[in-house]
Design a protein. Sequence first.
Length: 365
Amino acid sequence: MQKEYTQTKEQVLEGLRTDRQGLSAQEAEKRLQEHGENRLKEAEKLTLFQRFVQQLKDPMLLILLAAVAYLLTQEYVVYDDEGKAHLELPWSRKEPEKPQPDSTPVPDDVDITREEPQRQKVEAIHAWELPYGCLGSDPGYLLTDREAVAVNVKMYDGSVAYHTAVALPEGILTGGLSTSRNLQTILDSNCYTVARLACFCDNAFADAQQEQASLCAADGTLYRDDSGRRWLDPSKPGTLRYITDLAKECAQMGFDEILLDWFLYPISGDQSALELPADKTVVLKDFAQALEKQLPEGTVLSVVLRETPSADNGVTAELLASCFDRVYVMPDADASALPTGYDRATRVVTMAGYAPESGSYLVTQ
């Protein structure tokens, strides 16, 4: 049969049984009755359920569903004594039997006391304090023949010696990116590492976070001690959050020990307008315990004893013994009030400009 596009007009019209004027109304009606409307037959529409079933026939979808089911049930897989796996779903688990309370009466004359938790055991330490600014260059030469080193990660002026990821307000000086690399050199060495961190004496953070963290008078005026230093308020949540974040970051980076410096209430300067707590020791104890809970397990928590323990500065012998693994004693402080049985060979560290002949020590700069 000859293709339409190769035919003449007359041949095409003859094949379609029409002329140039088109079909007449009678012819169009006749052909409509004979052939039906000029429309493609629509496919039968599927219901929503039928489409869902068709999707389930896709092998890739079945593989994905199986993978999801496997991942979701992993936490419910338990192994018996023979090493066989069983699926134990939440609603099929048996609740453990609750122990029956002891109904034995307690005599009235029994003295019930609550003991403080035992501190972790520590070894004697012979450490050297690295100079502030040592992170500005490769500190490898400073580690030669050193058993332990202490790094000043935060000073009382508020500056942070390394490039910290802790969010800081404007005005806080920190180390550049190179300080993080140099700090890692120290942490990767064979030395026992101590992060010395100034707590409540902090000029920069007190200036930047006056309402949230600073020690202030009732009218909002910043407190200054006799040397003009500003202080953070241990009772304010902003202080706890900031110091805890830095201590936690240092421990997670790899420091073996966190040494809290300036951990006390100030006793100099005009304090007449300050609203100080009735029991400063309770505030400091709550602070230390809250901070320690955020540290990785096994991190040693220590404190610098700058002044002789007293109710005025809030530091007491009981606080030192119950909250800290070690006490670093500065020359002007008296550690004789520490409890009997406190292991002075390992838990009391002498701070001096030289290495003593015996005991634990930190040689300071």
